[in-house]
Every structure is written in C-alpha cells, then in structure tokens.
Design a protein around this ligand. Structure first.
Ligand SMILES: NC(=O)c1ccc[n+]([C@@H]2O[C@H](COP(=O)([O-])OP(=O)(O)OC[C@H]3O[C@@H](n4cnc5c(N)ncnc54)[C@H](OP(=O)(O)O)[C@@H]3O)[C@@H](O)[C@H]2O)c1
Length: 279
C-alpha cells in the first residue's frame, strides 16, 4: 500500500475530502495546488516535477473541468511525466457522459500505469461550494431544463470512493461510476433547500439562451460561460447521465448519500443563510 500520495486539487471540493479520508487512516498526502509548497500549477509545467517527486499514487482533479480546451493535452503531459518519474497508480476524477473527459480517461487507461477512473455525475456541492450557490443566496433561482432528472452525487461519497481505490489495488483497471441514489430535478432541489433553510426561494424557468445572456451581462468570464453552456447542452441532456449507478454502495458497503441528507447537513453550516446587509 502506497502512502506517497499526491492529491491534485487537494483543497478543492473532492480533493480536500480525499485528503481528510487519507488523514483519517494515518496517511499525510501531498497537496497539489497553486498555494501548496511546492506549488503545482496546471498552467506552469515547470512546477510539475517537484510536485511529483517521490510520489507513487496520484488523485487527479483537473481545474476547471476536463471538458475545457487544453485539458486533454495537460492530462497527456502530466500522465507521461508521472510515468517517467515512477508513479505507480493514477486515480482520475472524470465526468459522466462527457466526451472530452472520456478522451482523458483513455489517456490514463492506455498509459501503462495502473489506474482507476472515478466517473462522477453532477456534485451536490455545486449548490453550496460552486456555481449554483450565488443563485440560492440571492433567493432568485433562474435555470433552464428544470425538469431533467439528475443523479446528483455527494462529494463526501466521491472522496471516500477515491480514497478507497487509491489504497486498494483490487480496483486497478476499473471504471467506477459514482452517482447519488436518486434522480432529482432543479425544481425539487430548490424546494428541498427552501424547506431546510426556512427561506423563500423563487424558482424561474428560463431558456438556456436567457441563462447564457444573464451570465454574460453579469460579466462572468467567457470561458466559464462556455463551460456552463457546454455542461447544460451536452452533459445534462445526455440520457446516459440520467441513470443511477450502485458502485458507491458496492465499494463502501453503505448507501450513497441522498440529496436531502446533504441539504440537512449543509443547512446547519449556515452557508445558505440569507445575507443581511448592516446599515
Ligand atoms: N462539479 C461537478 O458537478 C463535476 C461533475 C463531474 C466531474 N467533475 C470534475 O471534477 C473536477 C474538479 O474537481 P473538484 O470539483 O474536486 O475540484 P475544484 O473544487 O473545482 O478545484 C479546486 C482545486 O483546484 C486547484 N486549482 C485551481 N486552479 C488550479 C491550477 N491552475 N493549477 C493547479 N491547481 C488549481 C485549487 O487550488 P488552488 O486555487 O490553491 O490552486 C483547488 O485545490 C473537474 O475535472 C470536473 O471535470 C465535476
């Protein structure tokens, strides 16, 4: 069992939870991020060798998403370098139903290095740690495709699976699909968060074009708008992404976390509390 582990994105949504899982088992992994020492920056290849020094196993999360232009080339270069430097196993966090992510999976799978692919559906934590949080805080949630059923998965479950497969070679060569235990729509999500937070949240169904125009008006960077448009138009609508997998239960011997359980825990942290402006 390797304990020389690098968690790339080790302060992010899944990475920091993987770090915690490993620490709970007495393993202190190295963190790959721009703020770590030594630092790791996807955009500065000269940082990679020091970050990979002495490492046997890597958990890779690419930032911001494996679908963005340049991700495939970065994964290819990193995997090649990792192999050259003696890395023994790669666990790649991938996205369910993303063609570009599957191209990255293939690079890892054909590298000759042991691997496990963890292929995830959309994260619950997008509502509390990422792009849907601001809408919840504002009380006005305007989204397209509000009735599409999505098997939202919890980052705690993804991290526990990732930490397990990092340490257990019996998962080598496997693709693990991680989804939540139920299909849920945006409309249902807003109603669950509303009840748990005792706040009034207004849901507005809009078109994808209106959503994109709104983001552009708010001067959200063009590459982020591109990514969100891509995720809605290619990932959300892909029927393959509307299927529940039982891999979390098979690996962890317990049920995957429900969206309601995530909301109950998260509401207690205060992250969704109404923002009060002091006079
Ligand atoms: N969100 C979803 O619903 C979803 C679903 C399926 C798959 N995925 C996949 O999940 C992956 C992202 O994983 P995640 O959500 O756990 O991570 P995340 O929270 O998006 O990533 C944040 C982490 O990345 C680091 N980071 C940011 N820019 C960096 C750079 N230029 N170089 C090096 N590190 C950088 C941050 O640290 P510093 O700021 O300190 O550098 C932080 O540790 C993506 O590849 C995406 O395709 C996401």
């Amino acid at each position: 069992m390797s304990t020389n582990i690098l968690v790339i994105g080790g302060t992010g949504k899944t990475g920091r939870r993987v770090v915690k899982q490993l620490q709970n088992q007495g393993i202190e992994p190295k963190i790959g991020s721009r703020n770590a020492t030594p630092s790791f920056d996807w955009n500065q290849k000269d940082t990679w060798v020091a970050a990979l020094h002495g490492i046997e196993n890597i958990y890779i999360t690419y930032y911001p998403d494996l679908a963005v232009p340049g991700a495939k080339e970065a994964i290819e270069s990193l995997v090649y370098l990792a192999k050259e430097l003696g890395v023994k196993k790669i666990v790649l966090l991938s996205g369910k139903g993303e063609t570009e992510a599957e191209a990255c999976e293939k690079i890892v799978m054909n590298s000759g290095v042991n691997y496990t692919i963890v292929r995830a559906s959309w994260f619950n934590q997008n509502w509390s740690e990422s792009f849907f949080l601001d809408a919840v805080l504002s009380g006005e949630v305007a989204l397209p495709m509000s009735n599409i059923p999505i098997p939202f998965v919890d980052a705690d479950d993804i991290a526990e699976v990732a930490a397990t497969v990092l340490l257990d070679d019996s998962y080598n060569g496997k693709i693990i699909e991680v989804t939540g235990p139920e299909l849920i729509t945006f409309k249902e999500i807003i109603s669950i968060i509303e009840k748990a937070t005792h706040r009034t949240l207004h849901f507005h169904e809009i078109t994808l074009q209106q959503y994109i125009d709104g983001m552009t008006q708010q001067q959200i960077p063009a590459e982020v708008v591109w990514l969100i448009e891509y995720l809605f138009s290619h990932v959300l609508t892909n029927p393959k992404n509307q299927q529940i997998s039982h891999d979390i239960e098979l690996i962890l011997n317990r049920k995957a976390k429900t969206f309601a359980a995530y909301v109950k825990e998260t509401a207690k942290t205060g992250v969704w509390d109404e923002i009060t402006v002091s006079k």
